[in-house]
Write a protein of this length. Structure first.
Ligand code: PNS
Length: 151
């Protein structure tokens, strides 16, 4: 089975790293898809987000980090994904993801699978990390140690 884990990853967090680890154990191949976001101004350029995710994924032989632009449904077809995989932290995530899953099913016939976020990581998000970075807060514990020097 081929899975695609998409996101902005601006920057990747410990929550993302946990999903990558657990999803990689469930499939033959896991693509981590980094959105080249033309609408949203990202803090980190796509090349840097890809580099961070490659460091995080280096220990898993079946994980490949790719960048995509445009529709996720098209990326799923391009990379032959049997399913998309997302992490769910709370009911707000679920509401949003449920709608996206319907759209992606309609566009590409692709299923969306969910992993429940580790309970110790439900408050961690890329936006919280960006806020901490903006005010020189300590992000250790919220992002994987291997990418701290890139932040
Ligand atoms: O980490 P994020 O920002 O929550 O990830 C969101 C992502 C990349 C999964 C979502 O923005 C996405 O799928 N973008 C691609 C455009 C698309 O297919 N949109 C849905 C149909 S309108």
């Amino acid at each position: 089975m081929i899975l695609l884990f998409p996101g902005s990853f601006d920057p990747p967090t410990c929550g993302h790293a946990d999903i990558i680890k657990r999803a990689s154990q469930l499939c033959d191949k896991l693509y981590v898809g980094v959105l080249v976001n033309i609408k949203k101004q990202c803090l980190y350029p796509v090349e840097k987000r890809v580099e961070m995710l490659r460091r995080i994924s280096a220990v898993y032989s079946n994980v490949e980090v790719i960048a995509f632009d445009g529709l996720l449904a098209d990326a799923a077809k391009k990379f032959g994904a049997d399913a998309l995989i997302k992490g769910l932290r709370n009911s707000a995530d679920y509401q949003y993801e449920r709608d996206m899953a319907q759209i992606n099913m309609a566009l590409a016939g692709v299923e969306t699978l969910y992993l429940q976020a580790d309970q110790s990581r439900t408050a961690v998000s890329s936006s919280v990390v960006r806020e901490l970075l903006a005010f020189n807060g300590d992000v250790a514990g919220f992002v994987p140690e291997c990418i701290i020097d890139l932040l």
